[in-house]
Design a protein around this ligand. Structure first.
Ligand code: ZN
Length: 285
């Protein structure tokens, strides 16, 4: 199934939101669009719809059988390295899952991603729609990082995660002298709107992921909650500098359209939210 072009999406849909499990619905903030023409439609509505938690629905079953999964064909990442963040301000107000990428699978293979095609049905919830026409179970990327649970993500986000892994390990080697071997993520899919803003979270499309902790090759574990630190203070530890530098690079190098940290609000004190929204939001500094 393929959803229609962006113009097919109804006018009620305004911007998108952030946070899956780590943010409270009642206080979830609106993103700060970086595009000049961006608009946020605030509302007093308390309307919200919660769907299955990421743990029970968005997170796919663990698949240990590598034979069943599509095997990666590494190489050719030059296009990917330019970043896939949406730099076009003209579609900031378009709401809906990302458009289908016709050559998704060859691009994933070229990016070194091992994945399994998946299904996330389109579900209408009151005034908005959840689900996505093109999702995959992200099993392993080019840096062979282990995710605590395989993320179920849009193809667009899967491609971005491949890029993310490279930036992640480049930064870890540079700032920590180690490699990242595991990522603790808090979920990708959660079908709901925001309470304070008439906005749909990118998690509603499995087009966002929350990053909580990173395991290193030297057995250290970096926790956003423990190491990111309060924004009013400069980072004083290598771990804190790494997390802050990483978040900034993920935005500056166009890895993701949206990067939100504790610099944005306290709802993100324990995780870094990243997504591939149509608009840009820099909450990394
Ligand atoms: Zn999130």
């Amino acid at each position: 199934m393929r959803l229609g072009a962006r113009s097919d999406w109804p006018a009620w849909a305004t911007l998108l939101g952030i946070c899956a499990l780590g943010c409270g619905i009642s206080s979830e903030p609106a993103p700060r669009p970086a595009h000049p023409g961006s608009r946020i439609a605030a509302t007093d509505s308390d309307e919200s719809v919660t769907s299955p938690s990421a743990d029970t629905v968005a997170t796919p079953k663990q698949h240990r059988d590598p034979v069943a999964a599509t095997t990666a064909v590494p190489e050719q990442t030059s296009t990917l390295e330019k970043g896939l963040a949406n730099l076009n301000p003209d579609d900031d107000e378009v709401v809906g899952p990302p458009e289908v990428i016709a050559d998704c699978e060859p691009r994933l293979q070229a990016a070194g991603v091992t994945y399994r095609p998946a299904h996330l049905p389109i579900v209408r919830k009151q005034w908005f729609v959840c689900g996505s026409p093109q999702v995959v179970e992200y099993i392993e990327g080019p840096e062979h990082i282990r995710y605590r649970t395989h993320p179920l993500v849009t193809c667009q986000l899967a491609l971005a995660l491949a890029h993310f892994e490279r930036v992640l390990n480049r930064s870890a080697k540079e700032l920590l002298g180690a490699q990242v071997v595991s990522v603790t993520q808090g979920g990708t899919y959660s079908c709901r709107s925001m309470a304070r803003f008439r906005m749909v979270s990118e998690h509603s499309y499995a087009n966002a992921i929350d990053l909580y902790a990173f395991g290193l090759s030297d057995a250290r574990t970096l926790s956003v909650l423990e190491h990111f630190g309060a924004p009013k203070n400069a980072a004083t530890t290598p771990e804190g500098r790494f997390l802050r530098t990483l978040a900034q690079r993920l935005f500056d190098e166009n890895v993701f359209s949206v990067v939100v940290t504790r610099f944005f609000d306290e709802l993100h004190r324990d995780h870094i939210h990243v997504d591939m929204a149509h608009y840009r939001t820099d909450g990394s500094r």
